[in-house]
Design a protein around this ligand. Sequence first.
Ligand code: SF4
Length: 118
Amino acid sequence: MNKMLTCIGCPMGCQIEVELDDNGNFVSSKGWSCNIGKRYAQEEVTAPVRTVTALVEVEGRQEPLSVKTANPIPKGKIFDCLAELKKVKVHAPVAIGDVVVENLCDTGISLVATKNIL
Ligand code: SF4
């Protein structure tokens, strides 16, 4: 069984063909142009992950704080994490890289600020 993927590693969007065995396990891939795409293809069919970016509320401010996960999180946890972020309210000042939430939704990954708020 083969599966077609579009690599999200860069704007080139290489079309990658992944070969799976009868149990859906990764066998091989082709069509990628670099190792980022090669790794993406295997991860996407075994344990897909994504970096999540979002905005969270800042206490007493109109302007929200932009945040992202410090590392990619399992794709299946994205909606739970986004729901959790709606409850987050930070207090200024905040600096780029500050941890806003530790161990977001038990992923072991922190949510960090991506801008300064003085
Ligand atoms: S395989 Fe490499 S060149 Fe192609 S889209 Fe992915 S990251 Fe970009």
